[in-house]
Ligand binder design. Structure first.
Ligand code: NAD
Length: 472
């Protein structure tokens, strides 16, 4: 398959095109990079049928056999890091070093997920009967991934979904389909035909997929607004769902931190991947005793960070991934300007081409402002002041979101005590965004339903089955 416009879907073990194709843009240049197949409903039917046909034989394999396939898929990613990272930068925008981190992480994520095990619980083993509860696969899983971390977030689903004996149809975002299609091509001969199918398409494909009667579960990562639609669409057939949705993560910075040392760490907590991370720090609460010096240190550090085309050496922050998100972030900055907030850095969009927004820092806007209350998902950070722990916890927790959060202090025990009171699915102390395939990750409230990762994440791809055997 040629790479120039020749990207193909993986259906039933074969690379296939579609009657229609759509363009994929490089967000740094707004130039067409390549095209991807625009799957029809018939293509979706074919992918579901292939997954359905392959499922019994895949489920009949042992866990160790499936582990071996996942490990080989991980190795295939790790053997092609350089190519995949360049492709990822070109369609997503992130700088090469970040793209490399994502690609390597995706390979290891599959291998990490492959090391997990499902529990078997003997509930009773008496003279009369033996009762055991085991976990069985759900069947066919529809997996939908977003554009901010297209490859690794897809692997969050592929690893546990396949390990547990399900087969899968994976749909990447139309903004970032290419790395996932290339991954599909790389694993085509590793994974048995039909076990993993990858299809791409425009805005129609996601709703078709979630409504398709051939799926037993939908695993979705994306915005809270779309997550609601996915949940609705799963209801008629009571499909199982896992929803990994948006966040508005607070960071709480205590007065005992070393200002100079912590400023770059806090900067990257918010601006890594251009702020386009579900678990980016999106509200930074700084104790009033260090507010001014820490604000100034973060701003000074931010001035040294190079924004540009992710494929150019030295770039630390790339463009926003797509026009809709670019317009949304610009809208939030315009709102802050209109409200008279003190924008201490950035603010004005950088002249195109490319969806570039400068690092923008807003000095202590009101708690009720849009930039504090909404998920910005871009390079704009509000810094906020607090003077006591009860107040900051109340503000941090007053959100419909509850995905992540972090507490920063020289006193780890004190920070831990505060972290335990942050009402989010993951809370970090003196670091942020560290995830593991062995740990449960998910959102509270409107940040999601269910978890990915760890044994709990694995269980979500299974049903409990109790077998009761009468003795004698
Ligand atoms: P999005 O909801 O717009 O799209 C996500 C995916 O859903 C894409 O593949 C899209 O094509 C598909 N889709 C769109 N409409 C659909 C519909 N009606 N039915 C089914 N599928 C549909 O999200 P996005 O803009 O790609 O991603 C950004 C959002 O994702 C942010 O809110 C971010 O916080 C969130 N996110 C969450 C996590 C997490 O693990 N919790 C991780 C990354 C991103």
């Amino acid at each position: 398959m040629a790479n120039n416009g020749g990207y193909a879907m993986l259906i039933g073990g074969k690379l296939v095109g579609a009657d229609q194709r759509f363009d994929v843009l490089n967000p740094a240049t707004e130039q067409v990079l390549a095209s991807a197949p625009d799957a029809s409903e018939a293509d979706l039917d074919a992918a579901v049928a292939a997954a359905r046909a392959a499922q019994p034989a895949w489920a009949a394999k042992t866990m160790d056999e499936r582990r071996a396939v996942l490990n080989a898929m991980g190795d295939a990613i790790l053997a092609n890091v350089d190519e995949l990272k360049r492709l990822l930068t070109s369609e997503q925008g992130k700088p090469h070093h970040e793209a490399e981190g994502e690609v390597i992480g995706a390979g290891y994520w599959l291998k990490g997920a492959a090391s997990l095990d499902l529990p078997r619980e003997v509930v009773e083993d008496s003279a009369e009967r033996r009762v055991e509860t085991r976990r069985v696969p759900l069947g066919v899983v529809g997996a939908i991934a977003p554009w901010n971390f297209p490859l690794i977030l897809a692997m969050f689903k592929v690893g546990p979904g396949l390990l547990t004996g399900n087969t899968m149809v994976l749909k990447p975002s139309p903004f970032t389909p290419l790395t996932t299609l290339r991954f599909a091509e790389l694993v085509k001969d590793i994974v048995p035909a039909g076990v993993l199918n990858v299809i791409t398409g425009g805005d129609r494909l996601g709703p078709w997929l979630t409504a398709h009667p051939g799926f037993d579960k939908i695993s979705f990562t994306g915005s809270t607004a779309t997550g609601r639609k996915v949940m609705e669409s799963a209801a008629p057939r009571l499909k199982r769902i896992t929803l990994e949705l948006g966040g508005n993560d607070p960071a709480i910075v205590m007065p005992d931190v070393d200002v100079a040392e912590i400023a770059p760490k806090l900067f990257w907590a918010a601006f890594n991947n251009n702020g386009q991370i579900c678990i980016a720090t999106k509200r930074m609460y700084i104790h009033k005793d260090i507010y001014a010096p820490l604000r100034d240190a973060i701003v000074e550090y931010a001035k040294t960070v190079k924004v540009g085309d992710g494929s150019e050496q030295g770039t630390q922050i790339g463009p926003i991934n797509n026009r809709a998100q670019y317009d949304r972030v610009k809208g939030l900055i315009a709102d802050s300007r209109a409200q008279g907030h003190n924008i201490v850095l950035g603010g004005d969009a950088i002249e195109g081409p490319g969806y570039f927004i400068p690092v923008t820092i807003i000095d202590n806007p009101p708690e009720t402002s849009r930039i504090v209350q909404e998920e910005q998902f871009g390079p704009v950070l509000p810094l906020l002041q607090f003077d006591n722990v009860e107040d900051v916890l109340a503000r941090a927790n007053a959100s419909d979101y509850g995905l992540g959060g972090s507490v920063w202090s020289a006193d780890t025990d004190r920070a831990l005590a505060i972290a335990e009171r942050v009402a989010s699915g993951t809370v970090w102390v003196n670091e942020t965004q560290a995830l593991s395939p062995l740990a449960a990750f998910g959102g509270m409230r409107q940040s999601g339903v269910g978890v990915e990762g760890g044994r709990e994440g694995l269980m979500e791809y299974t049903a409990a089955q109790t077998i009761s055997v009468r003795k004698g």
